[in-house]
Design a protein around this ligand. Structure first.
Ligand code: KG4
Ligand code: ZN
Length: 334
């Protein structure tokens, strides 16, 4: 089954053709970093406008790259949420329109579930149950995966997502958007033990996360110095923050796996790109951790097309064109 996948949840317009949930024929991304850079974050209305300008040419490019004709496509899939409402509307309505015009079925895919599936996508065989960890700009949670589409929530953030904390700390350190990779770069030259920072604990919920206190910790550290940070101190603070946040993620994943008796972890979302995170899993965990390939760890259309295939099967033939976008969706089958 050949699936066209469309992703417009936030600040990347992305598109892909994927066969049977695994084989990527082509995959294209139009990044909007240039557009949002002056605002130091995503400007939602501008994101929507850029999606509507570039999506149709990008779909044409994706088909041309794979040398695929419209007649060969079996299913149109789009991210139906979570994300920015205006941005979601562009991708979802385009997918529904193409589905109607081409006479092909349509599915709306949960973007966060797709981030998790991106770590399974390259594997020929996945044994369940396994652990799932999503660490992105909007989400941070742990699940037990019983099957694709069948998740048991184990713990999640009570406030900021870990990627959001990276982005906010980047701003405090005077780094440009998108902040996560910038903090990682700066942290490379710093000492993680230089500043004593504390990760958030949620009373009575040892597998839940809280990152807003850690972010405030960074803010107060800067304020209490009562002078501009030296270059070395900026690097030390980036490293101390990164280490504290990522050790917290790794240790809670370990605790969840121990509680559930699981040995394999699938890790998805933008923060899974972080090299220090991967090193910490290798150093502090006996879990076998699977990450998405580098091109699939940030927002992309291939994860939408690939999971779209499974959504088609589990929905028994596709979703209604009445499906609405959703800015928030719990992780369960759409
Ligand atoms: O999964 P994603 O592309 O979008 C969402 O669905 O949220 O994740 C984007 C988030 C941003 O917060 C970004 O700062 C963070 O992932 N991120 C990183 C790194 N690369 C991206 N955070 C830490 N280290 C990185 N290397
Ligand atoms: Zn995402």
């Amino acid at each position: 089954m050949l699936v066209l996948g469309i992703e417009t949840t936030c600040d990347e317009t992305a598109c892909a053709l994927v066969r049977d949930g695994r084989e990527i024929l082509s995959h294209t991304i139009a990044s909007q970093v240039d557009l949002h850079l002056p605002f130091n974050g995503v400007f939602p209305e501008l994101a929507s406008r850029r999606h509507s300008d570039v999506l149709i040419p990008l779909i044409k490019e994706t088909l041309a790259k794979a040398n695929v004709a419209i007649e060969e496509i079996d299913l149109v899939a789009a991210a139906r949420g979570p994300g920015l409402i205006g941005a979601l509307l562009i991708g979802l309505n385009t997918a529904k329109t193409l589905s109607y015009a081409w006479g092909k079925p349509f599915v709306g895919v949960n973007h966060v579930e797709a981030h998790l599936y991106a770590a399974m996508l390259p594997l020929e065989r996945v044994d369940f149950p396994a652990m799932g960890l999503v660490i992105s700009g909007g989400h941070t949670f742990l699940v037990k995966i019983h099957d694709v589409g069948d998740y048991e929530f184990l713990g999640g953030t009570r406030d900021d997502a870990v990627g959001e904390a990276f982005d906010k700390v980047a701003t405090l350190l005077g780094l440009p958007y998108p902040g996560g990779p910038e903090v990682e770069r700066l942290a490379k030259g710093g000492k993680p033990s230089h500043f004593a920072l504390r990760a958030g604990r949620v009373k009575g919920a040892p597998l839940d996360f809280s990152f807003s206190g850690l972010k405030t910790n960074v803010l107060y550290t800067i304020r209490d110095l009562k002078r501009p940070l030296s270059e070395e101190e900026r690097a030390h603070l980036a490293a101390s923050f990164q280490e504290t946040a990522l050790v917290d993620v790794v240790d809670k994943a370990n605790a969840a796996a121990k509680k559930e008796g699981l040995a394999t972890l699938f890790c998805g979302g933008g923060v899974s790109n972080n090299r220090r995170l991967r090193a910490l899993f290798a150093e502090r965990s006996s879990l076998q951790v699977h990450y998405p390939p580098p091109s699939l760890s940030l927002d992309n259309g291939a994860m939408i097309a690939a999971l779209g295939y499974h959504c088609f099967i589990r929905s028994g033939g596709g979703h209604s064109l009445d499906m609405e976008p959703q800015t928030r969706i719990p992780l369960h089958p759409a």
